[in-house]
Design a protein around this ligand. Structure first.
Ligand code: SF4
Ligand code: SF4
Length: 189
């Protein structure tokens, strides 16, 4: 989280501390959308002793080449999580499909930030290359599923039907097969 890659010359956290407010932090018992008690304008006040999950995690803007055209998270008002997740779709007949999703944490002060054309282009690239949908998160259990045109064959499709949005463990996420996503377009969640 904030300051994790301050030694990285290409992209740096700089004045951004958005992940330390938007994302939940279980080791600190911090819910989503609540400022971390260790967060300062200059970054993390316990940086050398921050929890292990803060050490291991960075946003995708900071660490991945495919986000080079996105703005820094505090300027874009969303955080693209490096960790994928999945949602469960229920088809007619009751079949349940697990859909891998890119997680995008939206600043509730800017609820339409997910409409950023650069983010939409990024999500469509992920959809085309990896068969992934997206979950637009306004909190740990509040959000909607977004299907990119590469998955629908048409335009963008939002599904707000009963999305629970609860996060899953890394082990659970790794067990999900990406190829199921195309079958789930239009399903209930
Ligand atoms: S959201 Fe990304 S750029 Fe901003 S503080 Fe967190 S890791 Fe750094
Ligand atoms: S401990 Fe530091 S890096 Fe971790 S969420 Fe709090 S401010 Fe951010």
């Amino acid at each position: 989280m904030s300051g994790v890659r301050q030694d990285e010359p290409a992209r740096q956290c700089g004045a951004c501390t958005l992940c330390c407010r938007l994302l939940p932090q279980r080791e600190l018992d911090k819910p989503a959308n609540q400022r971390c008690r260790h967060q300062r304008h200059t970054g993390c006040s316990i940086y050398p002793k921050r929890p292990g999950s803060c050490r291991l995690w960075s946003c995708r803007w900071l660490v991945a080449d495919d986000t080079a055209d996105l703005r820094r998270p505090d300027l874009a008002h969303y955080v693209v999580d490096v960790m994928p997740d999945f949602v469960t779709a229920v088809q007619e007949g009751g079949e349940r499909l697990q859909i891998p999703v890119v997680q995008v944490w939206i600043d509730p002060r800017h609820p339409d930030a997910h409409r950023d054309p650069a983010l939409r282009a990024f999500l469509d690239r992920r959809a085309e290359a990896e068969g992934m949908a997206a979950i637009i998160r306004y909190g740990s259990s509040d959000g909607f599923v977004l299907f990119a045109p590469s998955l629908t064959g048409k335009g963008w499709m939002e599904n707000h039907d009963g999305v629970k949005g609860e996060q899953h463990s890394a082990e659970e996420v790794l067990a999900v097969a990406p190829q199921q996503v195309a079958r789930a377009v239009g399903s209930s969640f």
